[in-house]
Design a protein around this ligand. Sequence first.
Ligand code: C2E
Ligand code: MG
Ligand code: MG
Ligand code: MG
Length: 276
Amino acid sequence: RAKGLQRGTACYFSAEMGQDARTRMQLLNSLRAATGSSQLFTVYQPKVCLQTGRALGLEALLRWRKPDGELVPPDRFIPLAEQAGLMSVLGSFVLHTACAQLRRLHEAGYPHLTMAINVSQAQLREPDFIPLLADMLNETRVAPACVELEVTESMAADDLNLMRQRLEEIRALGLTAAIDDFGTGFSSLSVLRHLSADRLKIDRAFVAEIEQDSRIARMVVNLGHSLSMTVVAEGVETPAQRELLLQLGCEEGQGWLFARPMTEPDLLNWLAAQRP
Ligand code: C2E
Ligand code: MG
Ligand code: MG
Ligand code: MG
C-alpha cells in the first residue's frame, strides 16, 4: 500500500503564474492528497493471442478518480507525478497491487496468466529499484517469470546505459521486459539492438493507420522478429486491423476489439466467459 508522501509540501499559487501552471499545480496538490487513498486504483486490460483471441495476460493501468468524480487520464497525471517526485510511490503501489491481483488470478484457476506493469524513467532511476522489486515479488509470492515490465523507447534515448543495465537486472531476476509504444520516440533503431527485451509493442498510432498504410507496422513486426522479440500490437479496434496484423506475423494484441481495461470484478466475468 502506498504511503502518503510529502503531505506538508503543498505548492502555492502566485499572481504571476499562468493559468496553465496554476491548473497543473492544483492538480499536483490534489494528486499529493490522493496518494495512498482509494482515489488511485488499477484496472487491467487483457493481452490476447491474435490468432485465437484467448487471454495470455493482463496489463495494469493506473487510474485516478478525484472525489468530485472526475477521472484524470494517466497521460495527464503521470508526467506531473514524475516531475514532483511522486512516481516512485505511485509506481510501487502499482507493482504491489498488480502482483497481488495476479496472485489472486493464479489461485482462482488462471495459472497461465501474466501481468505487465508500466514503469517510468523515474522509477528506473531509483537506486533501490531492483532490490525493492525483488522484495515485492517475495511478498506477493508470484513467480517472476509471470511478471513483465514495460518501458518506453523514449526513455532509452534519455539514458541508454541506465536503461540497458536495468533491463539486464530485471531479466536477471527472472522477469520479462517489453519495449512499449515502439516507433513514437526519437531513439535510433540501433538502440533497440542494445536493449535486452522479450517483447516489442507497436504503438497504437501505427495500428490505427494500418488499413490505409501498413508500412510502419510491417517494419516494426519484422524488426522485432529479427531481434528475437515477440511483437504485440496496441490499440486493436477492428477485425480488419487484427487480420492485417496476423498477415504481418504479429503474435499478440491488445485493444477494444478484445477488451477494455477493467476492474477486478469485470475482469473475472470476462475471463470466466472465455473459459472453454
Ligand atoms: P500504454 O502503456 O501504452 O497503455 C496503453 C493505453 O492505450 C492505455 O491508456 C489503454 O487504456 C489504451 N488503449 C488500450 N486499447 C485501446 C484501443 O483499442 N483504443 C484506444 N484508443 N486506446 C486503447 P491509458 O490507460 O490512458 O494509459 C496511458 C499511458 O499512461 C500508458 O500507455 C502508460 O504509458 C501510462 N501509464 C498507465 N498506467 C501507468 C502506470 O501504472 N505506471 C506508469 N509509469 N505509466 C502508466
Ligand atoms: Mg504499456
Ligand atoms: Mg503502449
Ligand atoms: Mg501507448
